[in-house]
Design a protein around this ligand. Structure first.
Ligand SMILES: NC(=O)c1ccc[n+]([C@@H]2O[C@H](COP(=O)([O-])OP(=O)(O)OC[C@H]3O[C@@H](n4cnc5c(N)ncnc54)[C@H](OP(=O)(O)O)[C@@H]3O)[C@@H](O)[C@H]2O)c1
Length: 311
């Protein structure tokens, strides 16, 4: 099968097309013929070698951890899915990722794609959508009426987080630059903050939840907009524990746990029209397409999700 791989760590230009064997499935896995995948910042962080200590993979590495496609083969222990099912998943973090025509996926990470959603919409959801859900619903115990600040609402995670928070009945503030104001308003944001002109710290107070997608100074300042007993969840870096104690805030770092059942919950929201992936950019499944997609993601200014059309 065709895959786009890296044979060593380094720049986006190292992404190369290669013929590799179709993965063999284990008894608890299915073989998915991929129609789409999407780019997440972890892809280029891993490509650069920033994650080599935590994820010491052997080369060649197939990057990509969002899958949408059709089941072609099922393992002998698989009971909930059949050949021909349209499925999506955030597959396990292995060196056999989804920049490929086929991927082996564990049954417990799979969910069926909602009937009215395209493969490309589905490919945009798993990694970023599950991250947003777990940060807001699991870590922060989001409830109606909460005041929630979502940093970088125009990004992959942020664009899902806004929609999830609104569906739970929260008041949502979100940061982005002016060019994304209309997008955020359409997603339902109650208070838009252009981070280039306004300091969110001077505008917001007594918030219940902050989702930190940026780290650094943004994370540090986020403590100041929270009320006593508020929650700060970061997906970039562990928050300062001393500050958290001082401010009486529950602060933590969350690393996404792939989960098929939760993905099915997101599928239900998609089905009802309550969760609409924002696909800002699409690229072809080729080394040029993947190289361009990585370069765009690395700017930190992509709009919504970057989707790769495999089939
Ligand atoms: N821990 C985990 O499990 C996990 C899971 C997913 C992602 N992550 C991490 O979370 C981060 C965000 O991921 P993502 O996929 O959402 O990123 P992304 O899609 O690349 O984010 C891009 C967006 O960020 C906005 N942005 C850039 N600088 C900003 C600033 N200073 N203030 C407000 N918005 C700003 C941009 O809007 P403008 O163009 O308008 O500036 C752009 O739309 C990445 O570092 C990623 O690695 C971690």
């Amino acid at each position: 099968m065709k895959a786009v791989v890296i044979e060593k760590y380094g720049s986006a230009n190292l992404l190369t097309e290669k013929e590799v064997p179709i993965p063999e499935i284990k008894t608890n896995q299915v073989l998915v013929e991929l129609h789409g995948t999407s780019i997440n910042p972890i892809d280029w962080k891993l490509r650069e070698g920033y994650l080599k200590e935590n994820l010491p993979f052997e080369f060649p590495i197939i990057l990509g951890w969002d899958a949408a496609g059709v089941i072609k083969e099922i393992g002998s222990d698989v009971t909930g899915f059949q050949v021909g099912d349209r499925v999506f998943a955030r597959p396990a973090t292995t060196p056999n990722g989804t920049y490929a025509e086929y991927a082996a996926v564990d049954e417990n990470l799979l969910a069926k794609i909602p009937e009215n959603s395209s493969f490309y919409d589905a490919a945009a959801v798993p990694l970023a959508g599950l991250t947003a859900w777990q940060c807001l619903v699991d870590f922060s115990e989001l409830k109606p009426g909460d005041n929630v600040l979502i940093h970088a609402g125009s990004g992959g995670v942020g664009s899902f987080a806004i929609q999830i928070a609104k569906r739970f009945g929260a008041y949502v503030a979100s940061t982005a630059s002016e060019k994304n104001k209309d997008l955020l308003t359409k997603l339902g944001v109650d208070k838009f903050i252009n981070y280039r002109e306004e300091d969110f710290e001077n505008v917001l107070q007594d918030f219940d939840i902050v989702l930190d997608t940026l780290g650094g100074e943004v994370q540090e300042k986020s403590f100041n907009v929270l009320k006593q007993g508020g929650k700060l969840v970061s997906i970039v870096a562990p928050p300062n524990e001393t500050l958290a104690k001082e401010k009486n805030v529950k602060a933590g770092f969350h690393w996404l746990e792939p989960d098929g059942k939760q993905l099915a919950e997101l599928g239900k929201l998609m089905d009802k029209g309550d969760l609409n992936p924002v696909i800002g950019h699409t690229f072809s499944f080729s080394e040029e397409g993947l190289q361009e997609a990585h370069k765009l993601s690395e700017t930190h200014h992509a709009k919504g999700k970057i989707v790769i059309k495999i089939k």
